[in-house]
Each structure stands twice: as C-alpha cells, then as structure tokens.
Write a protein that binds this ligand. Structure first.
Ligand SMILES: *Cc1c(COP(=O)(O)O)cnc(C)c1O
Length: 378
C-alpha cells in the first residue's frame, strides 16, 4: 500500500480529492481468494469498481467477470476480445456472466450475438430471454437468507426455492438450457451461516431438478465475501473453510463452482486523499469540511451502508470532531465522530479501504466533479 509520503506526493501532483488505487493489493486480494477457495472461479463483480484498469489487472491475474449492464459487458468484452482461445463460446462463458436478473429487451437483443450466460428469477424474464436472446444460456437466481449482511438483496432478487424446479423445467420446456443456479447472500456478509444455508438450498434444488431429468452443471455462489473494515469481521479463511466443506459434502466433483466477489478484490486497494476546505466550531464541537462528499467518493455511506474513517497526515493530540462534505446538502455528513488533530484549511486527510462502491456511484451533484483516480503498481 502507498505510504503516507507517497499519498501526499500524489495529492501534490494531482490535486484533491484523489483516489489512489493500488493494483498490487488487487492482485494480492485475488491471490488470497484463490488460495483459500481453489475450486471456485472468481467472476469479479465489475459494479464494485468499474475502472478499466482494474478489469485489465484482474483479467491478467486469471479472473472472470460479473456484469450488470450492456456497458459493463462491453467494457469487459473490449478488454478481453483480442485474447480469445480457439473456442469463442467457451471463452464468453468462462469469462463473463450477466448476473443482473432483470434486463431490458434492448440489452438482450444486443447480447444475443455473444451467446451470453444470463441470470433470471421469474417467468416473465425467461420469456423475455427466449424472445430477445434465444442463444443465451440461463442461470436461475435463488432467493437465500441475507441475515446480518450489510446490504440486503433477498427482497428484490431471487425465486423462492419452492418454485425453483418449476422455473428450471419452464426454461427447458421453451427450449432454453439452464446451465446453473446462483444466489447472493447479501453484501459484506458477516454471518457465515448464510453461505451454509444457501449452499444447502441450492443442493436441494439441484437434487430435485435431477429427479425431474435435468442435470445442472454450474453453481454460482455469488458475492458477499466480507472485507475486514474493522476488527469485528471474522477471517476470510474461516469462511472459506466452511464453504469448501459444504461444497465437497453437497456437490459432485465435476460441478463447476463460480463466485462473483466484488468488494473483496477492490475495497482495501484504494485510499482517498481529500483536503480541508472549511473549519468551524458548532456547539463546542470542531467541524471540518472537506473537498469530497457523500455524493462523490463517500457515496458508500448512503448506498453501501459503509462507515469510513478519516486520518490526518499531521501528528498531534486528537479530539472528537465532525467531518462534512463539500455540498450544500444537510445530509452530506461523512462522520459525526472522528478523532483528528487540530487541522487547518488546506491540510490533507485520508480515508482507507474505500475502493468498493465508492467512486463507482459518484455524481456531479452541486457541480463538483468526481475525484481524480490515480492507479499505482499497475
Ligand atoms: C453486487 C453483486 C455482486 C458483488 O457483491 P459483493 O458483496 O461486492 O461481493 C455479485 N453478484 C451480484 C449478482 C451482485 O448484484
């Protein structure tokens, strides 16, 4: 990771706010994932941070990709299309899954020529796929418990396990091939039992599909792999052991297992450097204003339910203070209680582990542009 001296030098060169993305850490995170889950092919969820540089680094490390829209699909396809092996079709499926269960028909029409692998979780989506992307392979998304995950997904996505086998048969009935089952336990999943339960639900659906004559080859265990934002997050190695044990116990050896980690690869790879642009005392509490906001790199505070902490480069005794964003919105609060020294206007602060769901959802609200992004160790 960049040293504080490097971060300050980058801020001096590029101005603030600046998001520094360290590709050595992305490669390390990928290697850690593969070391602990050797049977699992990782499809990086591009939405976590769609920088093309990250796609290139992860492709080089051996990753595949989970995309949620036509632009994301094309971003990955453009990066990798010049490198196909002999079989173009295997290549698309090996490298890209379109895992957004609901797709506009125009997207399906545009995707059909690539014979993509796409997910569905209801009958209307299935008919839409049949009509507009008849060459697609399909993966059924199951609804599984999201208890204790930071971001809940189960109320919006996934079919109930009770209707799963009917939805599998419905696909085969209209001439679509169900290639796999998928689920998502919720993002930043701190409750590892979610994975155990989801794997057991998937195994039961597979068994029943088998008895109805449909063998399914792929199991996609989704995302949700937690990042150690703080000390309370249990180690990834423990989660991996639980997943490996359940996979070995529940599924045949030749089952293809894939996953869609997003946050896990990129969250710890980025640090934001911002600048103090204002300072006030309110009700006796020191308040700093910085040149970033919850509409920009700190968007995860709103959309990702993630709390980020700020650190100063300056040493000195700290006190509890509030940190506000640069916009005119009263809800643009980055933190009500940070420990910072008595900083001055133009002093720099930084925030670590801010690579996932951060600048990915940055806006231009109030006319402020998104932070500059600087890639290091590419
Ligand atoms: C967001 C998302 C992911 C990535 O989730 P993380 O919690 O960042 O690992 C994976 N798959 C799907 C379908 C998603 O919507």
């Amino acid at each position: 990771m960049a040293t504080t001296r490097q971060l300050q030098a980058i801020a001096a060169q590029h101005g603030t706010p600046v998001l520094v993305i360290d590709h050595e850490i992305i490669r390390r995170n990928y290697a850690k994932y593969k070391r602990h889950l050797p049977r699992v092919q990782a499809y990086y969820a591009v939405k976590a941070n769609p920088a093309p540089e990250i796609v290139r680094t992860l492709y080089g490390a051996g990753a595949s990709f989970d995309v949620a829209s036509l632009p994301e699909f094309m971003l990955v396809y453009e990066k990798i299309k010049h490198l196909p092996p002999k079989d173009q079709q295997d290549f698309i499926w090996d490298k890209i899954i379109f895992a957004n269960p609901t797709k506009p028909k125009e997207t399906l029409q545009a995707l059909d020529r690539y014979k993509p692998l796409v997910t569905y979780d209801n009958r209307n989506e299935l008919l839409k796929i049949k009509q507009h992307a008849p060459h697609a392979g399909v993966v059924l998304r199951l609804r599984v418990p999201n208890t204790g995950s930071m971001v809940e997904l189960s109320s919006k996505f996934g079919c109930d396990s009770g209707e799963a086998v009917d939805l599998i048969c419905a696909a085969f009935d209209i001439g679509l091939e169900v290639e796999g089952l998928s689920f998502h336990v919720g993002s930043q999943c701190a409750n590892f039992e979610n994975f155990v339960q989801a794997l057991n639900i998937a195994a039961a659906v597979l068994r029943e599909a088998n008895t109805r004559g449909h063998a399914i080859k792929i199991l996609d265990i989704g995302g949700g792999f937690p990042v150690a934002y703080d000390r309370h997050v249990k180690p990834f190695s423990l989660l991996a052991r639980m997943i490996n044990a359940e996979i070995d116990r529940l599924f045949p050896r030749n089952m293809e297992i894939l996953a869609e980690p997003g946050r896990f690869f990129v969250a710890t790879a980025a640090t934001l450097v911002a600048r103090i642009i204002g300072k006030a005392v309110r009700d006796g509490k020191l308040c700093f204003f910085i040149d970033d906001s919850v509409y920009h790199t700190f968007s995860g505070i709103i959309f990702d339910h993630c709390q980020y902490h700020l650190k100063a480069f300056k040493k000195g005794a700290t006190e509890v203070c509030a940190v506000y964003g640069q916009t005119c919105d009263g809800m643009d609060v980055i933190s009500q209680s940070e420990q910072l020294p008595d900083l001055q206007i133009d002093d720099l602060v930084y925030s670590e582990k801010i690579g996932a769901y951060s600048n990915a959802s940055s806006t231009w609200f109030n006319g402020f542009p998104p932070a500059t992004v600087v890639h290091i160790n590419q």
